[in-house]
Design a protein around this ligand. Sequence first.
Ligand SMILES: [Zn+2]
Length: 450
Amino acid sequence: MTLFVNPDRLQADFDAVSAIGAFEDEDGHRGVDRPALSPAHLEARAWFLARAREAGLETRVDAAGNHSAILRADRGDLTPPAPLPLREGGRKDELETRTPPLGEGGRKAEPERRTLLLGSHLDSVPKGGRFDGALGVVAALEALRTVQEAGLRLPVDLEAIDFTDEEGTLLGELGSGALAGSLAPEALQRPRGGRQRLAEGLARAGLDERRLFEARRDPASLAGYLELHIEQGPRLVQSAIAIGVVTGIVGITNYQLIYRGAANHSGTTPMESRRDAGLGASTFALTARELVLRDYDGCAVNVGQMRFEPGAFNIIPGLAELALEFRAPDSKRLGELEDALLTLAGLVARQYGLGLDLEPRGGCLPAPMSERAQAAIAAAADSLALTRTNLPSGAGHDAQSLAPITPSGMIFIPSRDGISHSPREFSDWQACVDGANVLLRAALKMAETD
Ligand SMILES: [Zn+2]
């Protein structure tokens, strides 16, 4: 059977969700402002569940607030599970279909039937674009409806999932991390967006911080994860290729570098005998760029912040602090780049007679996408006669959380001018429909080969 999504229904959904939290910039570009668990974000999530129910799909909200629409493989001949009791203060629509935590009741009858997840996120960065995340969620919902309408029985359940806080206005990949079991309790104590914002958001959504971990799913219950997303970079658009088959999501390492020199009079200290920490920091930033351009294709380095002390017109900087971030597509490359950059930092310190402190500031491991998922996406693109290329993702995504526990894959479509996280973010509508069809067909392929 050759299936296509319904492009009109997909567009109606995309337009409807784009109107939630909508704003316009001074040039008339339309974006959305839906930070995680803000009122606009919760409205978008409620809209998603309502659309799923209209289609006759089962819905569910887990303990981390992830919102799902589910198409059961054995629909029609399954007695619906009894609703859980309503928690005090909770919203009925969130709780009525809440699935019991792992290992309890409910689905034990058919442990052999697994779930193929299709999804993305409905939250946005503050004043972000309409396509980032939302396209993947509406396309996932549309894929379920298409399979349902075709009367197709797959060997797996299909679940369209909208993950909580992908963008990190609170913590980053909170929902997908909770589902994958990688959300650390310590991370909740030091969230990127601050404790207060997290607590307020959770309260607004009726979520209990202590119970977020109950969203964890048994990897054996999952058949895989597929995500359609805009590229957010210029490679596809520049090469006029329709589909990006993501090979992996880059790993990121952060360091705080501190060069220590000698603060001194800027006029009376001879130029040749200064120990200028600012010059060391600047030399490092320039040379690190050259190093990556020359030897580390596919990698990136960023000095995102530089601070000098004492910090005055007439004082040689005695201390310079740098925020260093670098990215590589696989662990081996990330390790090599780390060695090269830290060696460089040491060489620069010697050159300028400076002391050097290196403080690791965390990061995340590279997440290679599954070979099987990549093959399914490539075959789907070929079946639609769409041009394709393999490429790594330089940005983080929920697939990063999922990849360690289940075969995961991502489909990229071109972003106009490579712009994202901005109301100027845009993808041609036909490219969105093509991406949704690739998602649908890759899902069928994954389901068949599970
Ligand atoms: Zn995104």
